[in-house]
Design a protein around this ligand. Sequence first.
Ligand SMILES: [Mn+2]
Length: 459
Amino acid sequence: MFEKNTYVTRRARLAQEVGDGVLLFLGNQLVGMNYHDNEYPFRQDSSFLYFFGLDQAGLAAVIDIDNGEEVVFGDELTIDDIVWTGTMPSLKETARLVGVEKTEPLSALKKHLEGRKVRFLPPYRGDHQVWLQALLGLAPEAQAERVDVAFIKAVVGMRNHKTPEEVAAIEEAVDISTRMHLISYRMARPGVHEAEIAAAVLQEATCRPGCGLAFPTIATTHGQVLHNHGFIHTLREGDMFLLDAGAENPLHYAGDLSSSMPVGERFTERQELIYNLCLRSFYAAVDQLRPGNPYRNAHLAAAETIAEGMVDLGLMKGNPRDIAESGAYALVFPCGTGHMMGLDVHDMENLGEQYVGYADGMVKSKQFGFKSLRLARPLEPGFVFTVEPGIYFMPELIDYWKAEGRFKEFINYDKFEAWKDFGGLRNELDYLITEDGCRVLGTLRKPMTLEEVYSAKQA
Ligand SMILES: [Mn+2]
C-alpha cells in the first residue's frame, strides 16, 4: 500500500466534497468458481483500495461524515481460520496502517447504518446486491436508482486525476505489460498455438510477486473479433497476430497495450498498408492530446485518418471528415479510440461511463461506433488513458450494413468483398496528460513502426 497519509488525505477530501451522510464502501468477497471453497482469484474493489488500501476479502468500511468517524468492519481470524490461513496481522493492525483507528466486527455494520443517510456506489457483483439488500432493505432491482450521484461524482473527480505516486505505479504496470508484448513478437511464428503465447504472457505477468493480469488476454489471429478469448487457433504463415494484454502492479494499477504483428517474418503488402494506416491514425489521435482538448477530437482525428486511407483504397468515397463525423467510419472501426485507466483497466466503468468519460452536459451518442466511445471529455492534467484505434474487416458487419444500404453514399460495398478475409489490427499505448501536453507511459518502448515490429520479431 501507499503511505498512510495518502489514504487519510483521500478520505478527508472525499468527506469534504460529499458534505454529509455516511459513505458506505463494500469490499469484495471471495467468490466460488464451481463450489464455495474453490475460489476465483481475489480482487479487491478498486474504490475500496483507493480510499482504504486494505487488500483482503470480507471487509466493509464507512466514512461517517456527520459524526466525523471512519470505521473498518471485518472479522478477526479465529483459530479455525488460522489452521487454514496461518497467522495474519490483525485487522486492527492493518487498519492502522491506512490511518483508521476504529474496527468493528462485520455484524456491527447494519446497526451503524440504521436510520442514517447512507450513500453507496453502484454494485457490480451479485453478492454486493444481496448484501445491500440485507443492510438497507433495498431489493436489487431498486438499487440502481438509489445509488448516490454526489458520491459517484466525488470519487470520479478524485480517481480521474492521477497523482505522481499513482503514475509511478501505472508505469510499473505498463513496463511489465511491455515485456509481455515483447515476448509475443518473438513467439509469433507459424505452427505456434495462440494458447502458448497467451500462457507465456500470463507467466510474464504473474512471475512477479503481487502482479497479475489486469484483464483477460486477447491473443488471436482473428483480430477483427474485438474480444476474442478463445485461444483455439494455430498461427499460420500469412496470418496477422494481435495481442491485447496488460499487467497489474502489486497495488493493482493497470497497464493495457495492444500489438499487431505478422506471423511470418514480414507482413504482406496489403497488411503493411493497413498497418501503416492504423499507425497514422494512432499518431493523429496522439496529436490531439493536450489539456482542454476533448478526447472526442482525438477519436475523430483517428476516424478521419482511417477514412482517408479507405478513400485512397477506393473502399470509401467522399470527404474523410464527413465520413468521420457521420459515423460511416465505424464499419472498419466500430469501437472507441481509448478509455481511462487506473486501478481498473477501464477505470471506474462500474461507476458509470457517463461520469468518468463525459463531462457534465455532454451527451453520449447512441449511434453505432460513437456509442462505444468510453472517453470523450476535455482532457485535464493527471488523466491517464489508452490510445488504441484499430482497423477491422468484419465480414458479418460488412454484410449487415450492405444489406441495409447503410451510409452507401460513403461506402463502396462492392470493393469491400475483396477485403472480407483481411482480419483486423491495432496498436495501443497508455498516455498521461501533463500541464502542457501529454507523455506516453512506461520506460520501455513497445514496437510501433514496421521496422521496430520486424526487429522485435528477430530479438
Ligand atoms: Mn484498452
